[in-house]
Design a protein. Structure first.
Length: 307
């Protein structure tokens, strides 16, 4: 059976006639002329192959077929109203989804509070967070797997990305509590004689430690273990092995509980910090959901990061 091609506008007019009981009132409701309404309804009759209207004195009434089609038209109009509302809410950023990528520190110490607060203000926006190393987080932006990336490390925007700073967190060296350097001061050279627990290639903290060694013209650290996550790395130190170079926020609670100990390393020059920033694609307009989330996080700074 060949499907009918029906002009939705004619169905809207029929629905208005059915609700008002009059072509004249329907025309007034829709702010168009009565002859235009009549013409469109006659055209609708031709499209559906049914008589929809019958004369009644000076007025008209719906035939049985007209009542049936008007019922279906009411469903269509209700769906269009719902669709219009949904699109409006999406354009206002009150629905839809937002994909985020983040490295360990922002994923664990910044985003949980931001995401929870934002959800209270925009309950119907779905937030999706993927945690990875810095290289992978930025790659997710470029491959459209995420719209915003929250990354720690001294990374330039580049690669067609925009960067906006969030905070600066000190970088600390930590060792097991019984280590000979625990809670002591030492030089960078002596610290680097210890076996290190290193993050995987692509990690910002690994890149920062390598850059530190190169800028201070000292030998690269000896890698004792290589682990794919900061939490695993800290727990390996707590278990009694190796030295870790980490952002202060990532290890502060472990130090407070006595599970690891800090070593105060004398490094010439300005303090070594872990810059935290949010990135997005340059030249691509941000979705309303992303714009609202960015506005939220900058209006609600999270405590616990050494800004």
């Amino acid at each position: 059976m060949k499907p009918l091609r029906i002009n939705p506008h004619g169905l809207q007019l029929l629905d208005a006639v059915a609700r008002t009981g009059s072509v004249t009132k329907a025309a007034e409701l829709l702010r168009i002329s009565q002859p235009a309404v009549t013409m469109q309804l006659r055209k609708l009759e031709q499209e559906v192959g049914l008589t929809l209207l019958a004369s009644r004195g000076r007025g008209i009434l719906l035939t049985e077929a007209g009542q049936f089609v008007a019922l279906q038209a009411r469903r269509l109009v209700a769906l269009e109203d719902e669709l219009s509302l949904l699109i409006h809410e999406y354009r206002e950023g009150r629905t839809g989804s937002l994909r985020l990528a983040a490295t360990y520190l922002p994923a664990n110490f910044l985003l949980p509070a931001w995401m929870s607060g934002f959800k209270r203000a925009a309950e119907n926006v779905k937030l999706i967070l993927h945690t990875s190393n810095a290289d992978r987080a930025l790659d997710m932006l470029l491959t459209y797997e995420a719209e915003l990336a929250f990354v720690g490390g001294r990374l330039e925007a580049g690669k067609g990305l925009v960067r906006k700073a969030l905070a600066e967190d000190p970088m600390w060296f930590v060792v097991p509590p019984g280590h000979r350097l625990a809670d002591r001061e030492t030089t960078l050279g002596e610290m680097l004689q210890e076996p290190f627990i290193m993050r995987e290639e692509g990690s910002s903290t690994r890149s920062m430690l390598i850059s530190l060694c190169r800028s201070r013209h000292v030998d690269m650290p000896r890698i004792g273990l290589e682990l794919g996550g900061m939490n695993e790395a800290v727990r390996a130190v707590a278990a009694g092995y190796g030295t870790l170079f980490a952002s202060a926020t990532e290890v502060r609670e472990f130090i407070a509980r006595g599970e690891v100990a800090r070593v105060r390393v004398q490094v010439p020059g300005p303090p070594i910090t872990n810059p935290l920033a949010v990135y997005w694609r340059d030249g691509d307009p941000l979705s309303v959901q992303a714009e609202r989330f960015l506005a939220w996080i900058f209006a609600h700074p999270v405590s616990g990061i050494e800004d």
